[in-house]
Design a protein around this ligand. Sequence first.
Ligand code: SDX
Length: 429
Amino acid sequence: MESKLEQSGTATIEGNDFPVYKGTHGNDVVDIRALTKATGKFTFDPGFTSTASCESQITFIDGNEGTLLYRGYPIEQLAENTDFIESAFLLLDGELPTKEQCAKFRHDITYHTMVHEHFIKFFDGFRRDAHPMAIMCGAVGALSAFYHDSTDINDPEARKIAVHRMIAKMPTIAAMAYKYTVGQPFVYPRNDLSYTENFMHMCFSVPAEDYKVDKVLADALDKIFILHMDHEQNASTSTVRLAGSSGANPFACIAAGIACLWGPAHGGANEAALNMLEEIGSVDRIPEYVAKAKDKDDPFRLMGFGHRVYKNYDPRAKVMQKACHEVLEATGIQDPLLDVARELEKIALEDDYFVQKKLYPNIDFYSGITLRALGFPRSMFTPLFALARTVGWIAQWREMLEDPNQKIGRPRQIYTGAAKRDFIAMDKR
Ligand code: SDX
């Protein structure tokens, strides 16, 4: 990545001037790298609510407008006009691919979808009732034990192969995690299917009969994957960057990202949102749960609502809602939880508490209903998120390595523990 930081002014802190940079879009930043040397002070920003951790040229979110751009292109346009491979190329390369580039990238990914045959034995160590995310964390972390030739992060060719392997093998591993937990045999990838068709084939086909991928459903899932690909410096992407900043191999970094994504406040929210809709159960119980969500003493939150950056409707939620209707129509499923979701959204968007705090549905609000209609158990919702987000994680990992300003991530703290004191022998305590 070539740095494009341009100074647009200065900010004065305790009589010291610090450069201010303006980006293409979004907030200006104050470069405080010299702050401690000049003032002897640290900044204090738990959760990094006001901190830009890096310069990036991949994704931009305008939280107030509710817009999301992948390399400058609005997510709605990409979801409507591209497929997974095309959008993945864009995120990695920075430009939409030509027909030839797209065909070559599709081939490169397709021919890395198989996993080492010994890797399959790795799964036998898990209990059959393991959560697929637990399996994904372990299995992806173990990839570095099978693919030593793409762990040298200083070799551009090794990095390129690692990028291709990561994107290509995630669907195979996610499908294996699913098959393992349902006690069905693993299904090998097929090179004649598209990326998402192949994933559905590996999840839902069984040796006992032919399986034909439903194109309408595969297209909807492909769109859902595009929506989930990248999202600036969210918790799991920041985890991948931090792990990568120490020089850890790409497989270990992605495994760290998967672990972080699993949290219910982050990628686990799609599973939690469906659980919440089921717990509410019917439209007449919505007021009771909205009251719980507003009660400061009640830890309950509306899962699928709110966002650190979006203070407007998550643009992905709009596309997800459309995909939800398409899938329910194509499958003929009448899901009563959709009525609960729509009524909950209506009530929340009119309620002062949510309006004041600018809490809107996020990508996870409708995804659970959609993924369940596609045939996935809720334990597979976050693995699907991880599958798609691998594109963003690996693109950001590579950008971090190529960033001229990159250093090992090592935040400081404010210490409020015990003052320095001498040791007290046991018989004197
Ligand atoms: C994802 O970062 C990303 O980009 C993430 C993501 C991605 O693509 O990578 O977009 C994916 O993680 C989407 C978010 C999924 N999580 C959920 O849906 C879980 C429910 N949402 C909340 O946990 C919460 O909204 C967060 C974690 C998403 C955001 O939390 P913040 O930014 O730290 O905001 P906050 O917790 O400080 O909340 C601000 C206020 C608080 O009230 P006050 O203390 O100011 O009085 O809003 C309230 C919160 O109590 N609030 C909610 C709420 N979310 C925030 N109240 C009820 N229900 C909610 N969902």
